[in-house]
Design a protein. Sequence first.
Length: 393
Amino acid sequence: MPDSANAKTKAVQQGEERSSLWPVEDRDVTAWTDHYFNRSKKVVEKFGDQKVTYAVFMRRPVVSAPGLAIRWLEEVARKRGFQLDIDLRYAEGRWVGAGEPIMYLTGSLCHLVDLETLLLQRLGPACVAAYNAFTMCSDLASVAFLAMDARHCAGSDMAEMMAYAAAVGADRARRKNGAIGFIGNATDATAHYFGQEGGLGTMPHALVGYAGSTLRAAEMFDETFPNDSMTVLVDYFAREITDALTVCRRFPRRAADGRLSVRLDTAGSRFIESLDPPSSYAVLERNVPKAIRGYRNEEELRYLVGPGVSAAAIWTMREALNAEGFDKVKIVASSGFNPAKCRLMAEAEVPLDVVGTGSYLPNSWSETYATADIVEYDGVARVKVGREFLIRK
């Protein structure tokens, strides 16, 4: 984490600069909003403006993550020069029930009507992702998370929303459950949401392929970044255990100082080196027998003893490292870590230090829909039938 106030100020400024790239000029808002809102704006301009109040809500439980949406709204209001009143009912990081208005927005209908599309884009996905991040971090409270979602996002706007959401969800998990949560992410542009000056990360498979061996990739990294902690990806050649131990022997000081980690990212099409179904059950029986006793459905068994980065794979790596005295070497795991997998990993008490994931992103985009309804026109309560529950009390 940055220690200086200057670093934190710089991070905040970077966030403000980034948000200013979103559509705020009238021509850009017109181009990106739903056409029927543009037509409604023309009608209101012709027949007269009204002061209205919007209720903004989600159709499923979420963690409130309104910061980006509000910042954008306020910036547009400044640009257009109109008064905007924001009655935020659920502050950032609070739990919000389905159908409960997160906020009420009051202002000129002429100025607000064409902003609805862009507002909801910035609110819904962030709130659902914050909910998922909170769930994951709470389930694996003793494990740090690294947000590696950028490559899976549909553009830079989404990447910012997901990074922001991960930070909001993680902060709630810290407050409510003492979790470590998300400590950083993969890109410089959004690192400020985690109090970092830059992105964090390990090494890609491409670097191992370029080097020709896992050991050589580690040596190249060490020579280039001698003062940085090093995380080595060990699944490229399907020799996870062999290559992890080879790197540890090559860098004993790093291993002893806790500045060396190994990352498991094994594909779900195979078991890690030395494992198969019987040995997967055996390693859990040695370490956490309760995890494999009792009923488990197919998905749960895959997370526990299946191919890829399973609980058995992580326990096997920990045993191998400890057997050679490399107990200070950390284990980083990635590949399919969604809330369900995190719950199973917690039950199996996996000896993980860091999870790299983009899977806190909403699994179903149909769940990210935020909705806004006008509930007051010039101070008179009025809303479509069926939405009376939104009227401000």
